[in-house]
Design a protein. Structure first.
Length: 644
């Protein structure tokens, strides 16, 4: 109901283009500055607003008639936005009643807008339902035709498949399988018979040899007689001729007997083998037929299922179309109705003078108390270098400006040293680095611990920025995140804290595996790694001492980011092992007694305290206090030496 479409229909129907409360071009000229200043007071006192310079009705009509169609539409578009902005539809929890309100300086127009908005909403709801129903009927009709075409296509594909494979309505798979089993039985019997025939062949030959022994003896006797005749008689002698004829007759009969028996036996065995081969071929064909019949049955079943699915889809779609057509034939009634009509308000509901007066009094009281508390809290911190040095007795090496603009852009303060090396922030870090170097002229300050009293004072940012400034100057620099309980260096550098100092000190990784390089600055760094069971034991162990000695020989500066000195005892172990300690104090936030107690703990631990650093200093506010160490000159004469 608060959409721009309904608002524009309402605005055009009520001709709100002629209402000065919604048409800005009909509004009177703006009052002077003095009248505008006292307008809220007049409104609070209930005085009528001045109408000087307001156009007359004739002037309003003339201005509207001079508008072009494009200007007319653009103006109505702006008016509809105003109508949508003044409308509000509220639904109470657990109820289905929507209360529509319109806030306007014209009570009659507000009531008309509410009533027309509800009327337009109900009308559009009915029209939208009718239009949606017509579209659904059209889409469902198309779906019915598509389902019918799918049935025809599926049945045609099934018939063509049956014709292609020469299949009947149903193939009897059981009869084909029975035929295969019968052929296998016949083949087994034929193979057994063929084996018997081969054995009989060998036995028959032996029997023939036995039955021909008589003829064989007679043949041998005739041959012996013929041999004696050859020795005594001549070839023309009748006895010689008779002996020769007897040999030919007896031995020829024996030869014919052996040949005929052997041929009969071999022919019988060959017939058995031919029968076995024929049965094997018939069995192979039958098995191929069964396999082909099974494959065809699967494809045939899939096509039948597709046809059945198409028919079911067609039936469901047709039923849905019939239901929609019956619904379209009925009279469409909107699902919502208007319970009551809006009437113009008799008195304005805003502003409430009594409530405004009470709120103003309470707000003034709260602001006053709050300012007093803020001022009191601000007095507990350090606002200048001299205050910090006087309170702690330790020299301050420098102040680090607060990088508010860069934090809003989502970048880290240490990146300012790389991107803008001539900025005030980069120069402040170089000043601190120089102060550390000159604190001891007899021995170089290789390992530097950065610590603070409590969390949130900027020690991690200081450590990374100091190391970045050293690396940017060309010195081999390494920074280590020694805060294994609450590590934050990986967040500032934008890397994962998957492996680091805890893995090296526990012997899980080598030094080469935990040392990384920041590509833009060439800064070497070691992250804290996963939190160990006892960080104090690792930091106070012999392996940590050897690591610092090794790194002190390999790098020109090693910066250690330690935990807060008053939170845990880890930092007390580190400050004893390092060449120098840098103590960080947050400007205007760190309480004086807390900072003093932290510095005392560092001294008592036997640390070589190089100095203090005042961090997150608002240079503009700091300059307003007009301290002697303020950066007022930076904003006046020295500003040209830096580039932001």
């Amino acid at each position: 109901m608060t959409s721009p479409l309904i608002a524009e229909v309402t605005a055009r129907h009520l001709r709100l283009i002629e209402n000065a409360a919604f048409n800005p071009m009909l509004a009177p000229p703006p009052p002077s500055r003095i009248k505008a200043m006292f307008a809220p007071v007049r409104q609070l006192l209930g005085l009528a607003p001045t109408t000087e310079g307001a156009p007359s009705a004739a002037q309003l009509r003339e201005r509207i008639e001079r508008l072009t169609p494009a200007e007319h539409n653009a103006l109505y578009s702006d008016i509809s936005k105003g109508v949508a902005g003044c409308l509000a539809a509220v639904t109470e929890a657990g109820h289905r009643v929507v209360t529509v309100r319109c806030v306007s300086t014209d009570p009659k127009a507000a009531a008309l807008i509410v009533n027309k908005t509800i009327e337009t909403y109900l009308g559009q709801q009915t029209d939208e339902f009718s239009g949606n129903l017509r579209n659904r009927i059209k889409q469902t009709t198309i779906a019915v035709e598509e389902a019918r075409e799918r049935i025809v296509s599926s049945e045609k594909e099934l018939a063509e498949y049956r014709i292609k494979l020469n299949l009947g309505p149903e193939e009897n798979s059981s009869s084909l399988q029975k035929n295969v089993n019968d052929l296998r039985t016949q083949l087994s019997a034929a193979e057994a018979s063929a084996s018997s025939a081969e054995a009989g062949q060998r036995q028959g030959i032996t029997q023939d040899l036995t039955s021909g022994n008589v003829l064989r003896a007679q043949c041998a006797e005739a041959q012996a007689e013929f041999a004696r005749a050859q020795e005594v008689l001549g070839p023309a002698h009748p006895a010689f001729i008779a002996a020769r004829n007897r040999v030919g007759s007896t031995c020829g009969q024996l030869q014919r007997l052996d040949t005929a028996g052997e041929q009969q036996i071999r022919a019988a065995a060959r017939a058995k083998r031919d029968e076995v081969e024929r049965l094997k071929r018939d069995l192979q064909k039958a098995e191929e037929l069964v396999a082909r019949q099974t494959e065809n049955a699967v494809s045939l079943k899939a096509l039948q299922v597709e046809v059945e699915t198409a028919r079911q889809h067609y039936t469901a779609t047709q039923s849905r179309l019939q239901n929609l057509e019956q619904l379209a034939a009925q009279r469409i009634v909107p699902q919502a109705r208007q319970l009551s009509f809006a009437e113009p308000a008799r008195v304005p509901f805003s502003p409430r003078k009594d409530l405004i007066t009470m709120v103003a009094f309470l707000a003034s009281l709260g602001v006053g108390v709050g300012l007093a508390i803020v001022i009191e809290l601000m007095d507990s911190g350090f606002r200048s270098v001299h205050q910090l040095e006087e309170q702690t007795g330790v020299p301050v090496l420098g102040m680090m400006p607060f990088q508010a603009g860069r934090s809003r852009r989502g970048t880290k303060p240490w990146e300012n040293i790389v991107e803008k090396p001539n900025s005030a922030y980069a120069e402040a870090l170089r000043t601190i680095r120089t102060g550390i170097q000159i604190t001891s002229s007899d021995a170089p300050q290789r390992t530097v611990v950065v610590t603070s009293s409590v969390p949130g004072e900027g020690k991690t940012t200081t450590a990374i920025s100091l190391a970045t400034a050293s690396a940017a100057s060309g010195a081999r620099t390494l920074t280590i995140d020694c805060d294994m309980r609450q590590p934050s260096m990986h967040t500032n550098l934008g890397v994962d804290n998957d492996v680091g100092l805890s893995e090296f000190l526990s012997g899980q990784r080598s030094l080469e595996e935990v040392v990384r390089v920041e590509p833009r600055t060439g800064l070497y760094y070691i992250l804290a790694g996963r939190r160990p069971p006892s960080p104090t034991d690792l930091l106070g162990g012999l392996r940590m001492q050897r690591l610092l000695q090794q790194l002190g020989d390999a790098f020109e500066m090693v910066v250690l980011d330690s935990p807060p000195i008053m939170a845990v005892s880890d930092a007390l172990l580190l400050v004893r092992q390092a060449d120098a300690t840098l103590f960080v104090v947050r400007w205007e936030k760190t309480r004086r007694d807390v900072a003093t107690a932290g510095v005392k703990m560092v001294y008592e631990a036997g640390a070589r305290l190089a100095g203090l650093v005042l961090t997150q200093v608002d240079l503009r506010r700091h300059a307003q206090y007009d301290y002697t160490d303020s950066y007022a000159y930076y904003y006046r004469g020295y500003k040209r030496y830096y580039s932001e």
